[in-house]
Unconditional design. Structure first.
Ligand SMILES: [Zn+2]
Length: 150
């Protein structure tokens, strides 16, 4: 499977106490997220299995502070995700009102690995965001993060 224009980047799990300096300049190419936020994300995505789930991580710098689960508007939610424009606008407004920036579009692969599909790559509408994929294909959820571009 080609990973095309997506390249893998790192996710670092941090304790709540470390969050303040987690996204420092020494780790410009990784996102930092707390265990509890990671757990919240996995739980929401797990709840919509066997369908794909989608949502947004937002925060400050490279620190993920908020997870927003979004309705999957795709017709075939078993293998696709889509976000309605009005939902996208609403979440961006909410992110902005908290003084945060959008960091990563998160979606799940219920039965396939945590790598961008060909469809993911050809339908990526968020060049400024990281692409984070949770796979539920194995015994335990796997998570990978990718950055779009070279
Ligand atoms: Zn996908």
């Amino acid at each position: 499977m080609s990973q095309g224009r997506f390249r893998p980047v790192a996710l670092r799990q941090v304790d709540a106490g470390d969050a303040r300096d987690a996204g420092d300049v020494h780790h410009p190419d990784s996102l930092a997220i707390s265990a509890s936020l990671l757990h919240h994300t996995v739980t929401d995505l797990c709840n919509v299995l066997p369908e794909e789930g989608v949502g947004l991580w937002s925060g400050h710098g490279r620190d993920v502070r908020t997870w927003t689960f979004l309705p999957n508007a795709a017709q075939d939610r078993l293998v696709r995700y889509a976000v309605q424009p009005q939902d996208w606008i609403a979440v961006l407004r909410a992110v902005s009102s908290r003084g945060e920036i959008p960091l990563a579009l998160v979606h799940s692969h219920p039965t396939t690995p945590a790598v961008p599909s060909d469809y993911d790559q050809s339908h990526w509408h968020y060049p400024d965001l990281w692409c984070v994929i949770f796979s539920f294909a194995g015994e335990t959820p796997q998570c990978n993060a990718y950055k779009f571009g070279k």
